[in-house]
Design a protein around this ligand. Structure first.
Ligand SMILES: [Mn+2]
Length: 291
């Protein structure tokens, strides 16, 4: 079995943070391959430097990290899969462990947020995504990757969307009227004023945050291995700054990285995803260290 960073395997019960591979892919509409995402991230993570050059520490030495067995996909449908995810992570959430999930398609986020919400009813969801994922249904399914943030929004908590640059008229109409909803489009984040506004908004979010990162939020020049690449995305350092800002502000209580669809022979996307996961761990736990 592959562990994150090639670390010595640690039983989940002894861990404070659990990396859960979820190789689920059922509703992909364009480039397929998200089911290969989790394993590609874990494989690439073996090459990630353990020393965090920004914060000057080795998170892998201080944070008890476990890599759980991959969740085998349920073939009977998305609802069964979501139920399986909830059943798996619920005990970990109840024990106060941080769940770090690797997709797989974005649909998995719904179950992860539902589980997190049982312990953190006042959570705020922050999503990085090229697409709004706010459709009522898509291809006849309410559980398509293209609807996941609509289902998450329906859980009744605030939702902040960053890096978005593609959505339908239906989704645009919803954004105008939706309370609890804030969007910072990718183009705004590439202007100094828009970027400052976004960071100020993130800093002001009170309480626990669940962060979902659809890797297509990054620019396809640096993250081409996604199912639905869109030009004009975020830079690596913008994503780091968003993660760092959220972690310094208050607790980040759950995280997922989804939609990596590896391209054979191409390593930069897999490696960047692995790097982002380790950086997230460094920011989340680094902010909890005494200065
Ligand atoms: Mn998405």
């Amino acid at each position: 079995m592959i562990t994150f960073l090639d670390l010595r395997p640690l039983p989940v019960k002894e861990a404070e943070a659990v990396i859960l591979p979820i190789p689920y892919e059922a509703t992909t509409t364009y480039g397929a391959g998200a089911r290969e995402g989790p394993e590609a991230i874990l494989t690439a993570s073996r090459q990630v430097e353990l020393w965090d050059e920004d914060q000057g520490w080795d998170p892998s030495d201080k944070v008890r990290l476990a890599t759980a067995m991959p969740l085998t996909p349920e073939v009977s449908g998305p609802q069964a899969m979501l139920e399986k995810i909830r059943r798996t992570v619920q005990p970990w959430v109840s024990q106060g462990k941080l769940v770090l999930a690797l997709g797989g398609e974005h649909t998995i986020t719904l179950a992860l947020v539902q589980a997190a919400q049982t312990r953190y009813p006042d959570l705020h969801i922050v999503a990085l995504d090229a697409h709004a994922d706010l459709r009522e249904s898509y291809d006849g399914s309410k559980y398509s990757h293209a609807c996941v943030l609509r289902r998450v929004y329906e859980l009744g908590r605030p939702l902040t969307l960053l890096g978005t640059r593609s959505y339908s008229r239906e989704e645009a109409d919803l954004m105008w009227v939706a309370p609890r909803f804030k969007i910072f489009k990718a183009r705004e984040l590439h202007t100094p004023a828009g970027w400052d506004q976004a960071l100020a908004h993130l800093q002001a979010i009170p309480g626990p945050v669940y962060l979902t990162i659809d890797l297509d939020a990054l620019d396809p020049a640096i993250m081409p291995a996604v199912g639905t690449p869109e030009p004009g995305g975020l830079t690596y350092y913008q994503v780091l700054t968003i993660m760092e800002t959220l972690a310094r502000r208050g607790p980040v209580i759950g995280l997922d990285l989804v939609e990596l669809a590896p391209i054979p022979g191409h390593r930069v996307s897999d490696f960047t995803a692995a790097r982002l996961l380790y950086k997230a761990i460094s920011y989340i736990y680094g902010s909890r260290r005494p200065a």
